[in-house]
Design a protein around this ligand. Structure first.
Ligand code: C2O
Ligand code: CU
Ligand code: CU
Length: 460
């Protein structure tokens, strides 16, 4: 069998499991997405009360291609309000899925026709931005793969969607958050999954070149990850190709991947059939937890990492640092603690957090101005100051930015949409404000986002 045929064969099997296989579906034509109640067997008992895009499986990997239109009609088949957001995609503001800011929340049975052309290739994801805590915690987080116009030449592609669920012994959902958690580092799930499975194992050709896309879609956990058993390289970070040689994470020095963040590895599978590559997490109480495994099958393809050409860069404008204007944002506790008003999109009932000392008054609040107004086409430096002991993955919609410097560490210049701020860190990032609209700007620990650590930036 030739390499290509083998791959298409194994891809079809993976696709049938709904976990996304190799081989990209044509992006033309609409893919109907129905947000609906679901159930799934995590443990002995069936867990009900989930939210997905099918009755009994995780939200599928959505495939598109850079520069080609995607039509994604979303129908809400739940009794609650919702809106769908495409995390990391630099698309028109009206398609961004943020309730009250870019669209009205979708009620029961309503359809919103999302349609956009992804300007960038890479690993992205989708999740609701209305009833965010409830719907995400109950399952509605999926991965998007935007393919490069030209096949970069991998033998296989593997998506790993990491996320936790909070279940009791009977498999019933525990409350998605606690006030104690929301005021600190968040409320952690106790059932850790990859593609909703406990340490799944995926077969890939021995000695083959695999692109492993790891996506943290959890509402809370900052994963500490490393790979074992393969020669590997980091080729993309938060969707965008990495231009520098990065040190591979190890058991001693795992990499931090915060909620919303993605890392793409290029790796060669072990040449011997049956050998595995392990994606390992370090979590409290468990130094070495295997999240997912890739198992070598068949005769070795004897591929070498050095055969990989670098991924083509995405068309992100480079900021002009000599003329960039500085804006500062302070993330911390809220000075005043009124409960936010979230209209149709749910509120946790508390304000614990703030940006520039003002807690977000709630998604539906009127007359709330932007945190900053940026001029279209100009370059800016955003100084992100964490005045708290907790870590915050700070996410900006619609634009990509590049880290410049930090008071605590050397920041590699990796293009991103989400900057994980460490305790007491002050980091500067730069961007070109080249996408007009009101862009949500918030912490991606959903309990922080929904208890004040939210705002938006306007580009005019
Ligand atoms: Cu991943 Cu405002 O979102
Ligand atoms: Cu986003
Ligand atoms: Cu936070």
């Amino acid at each position: 069998m030739k390499r290509r045929e083998f791959l298409l064969g194994s891809g079809a099997a993976a696709g049938a499991l709904g976990l996304g296989g190799f081989g990209l579906a044509a992006s033309s034509g609409a893919q109907d997405l129905v947000i609906q109640p679901a159930s799934f067997r995590f443990r002995e008992q069936m867990t009900t009360g989930m939210v997905s895009l099918s009755p009994n499986a995780p939200p599928p990997v959505l495939y598109g291609r850079q520069g080609e239109v995607m039509k994604l009609p979303v129908r809400n088949a739940t009794p609650d309000y919702t809106a769908m957001h495409w995390h990391g995609l630099r698309i028109p503001n009206g398609m961004d899925g943020v309730p009250y800011l870019t669209q009205m929340p979708m009620g029961a049975d309503e359809v919103f026709n999302y349609e956009f052309t992804p300007p960038d290739a890479g690993t992205y994801w989708y999740h609701p931005h209305c009833m965010t805590m409830e719907q995400m915690a109950h399952g509605l987080t999926g991965v998007m793969v935007i393919a490069e116009p030209e096949d970069p030449g991998f033998d296989a592609d593997q998506v790993i969607n990491l996320r936790d669920f909070r279940l009791d012994e009977e498999g019933t959902f525990l409350p998605a958050y606690t006030a104690r958690g929301a005021a600190r580092s968040g409320t952690f799930g106790n059932v850790l999954t990859a593609n909703w499975l406990d340490a799944p194992s995926y077969e890939h050709p021995a000695g083959g070149l695999v692109r492993l896309r790891v996506v943290n879609t959890d509402t809370t956990r900052i994963y500490k990850l490393h790979l074992e058993g393969a020669a590997a390289r980091i080729i993309a970070w938060d969707g965008h190709p990495v231009e520098i040689e990065m040190q591979m994470p190890s058991a001693k020095e795992p990499m931090l991947v915060g909620p919303g963040q993605r890392v793409d590895f290029a790796m060669t599978m072990p040449p011997e059939e049956g050998k595995t590559v392990d994606l390992v997490a370090k979590i409290p109480g468990q130094k070495h937890r295997i999240m997912a495994q890739l198992r070598a099958v068949g005769q070795s393809l004897s591929r070498d990492l050095r055969e990989m050409k670098p991924l083509p860069l995405n068309p992100v404008a480079k900021p002009d640092l000599t003329n960039a204007e500085l804006h500062e944002f302070v993330f911390g506790w809220t000075p005043e603690g009124g409960a936010p008003n979230d209209g149709f999109c749910g509120s946790l009932g508390y304000s614990f957090w703030s940006i520039n000392r003002t807690p977000w008054p709630g998604d539906a609040a009127e007359n709330v101005g932007p945190l900053a107004t940026l001029q279209m086409g100009k370059s800016y430096i955003l100084r992100l100051r964490n005045e708290s002991p907790n870590l915050h993955p700070i996410h900006l919609h619609g634009l990509a930015f590049v880290p410049l410097r930090s008071n605590l560490r050397k920041l590699p210049p990796l293009m991103t949409d989400t900057m994980l701020l460490l305790k007491d860190e002050v980091a500067e990032v730069a961007l070109v404000a080249d996408n007009p609209g009101d862009w949500a700007f918030h912490c991606h620990v959903i309990e922080h986002q929904k208890t004040g650590l939210t705002g938006y930036i306007r580009v005019v």
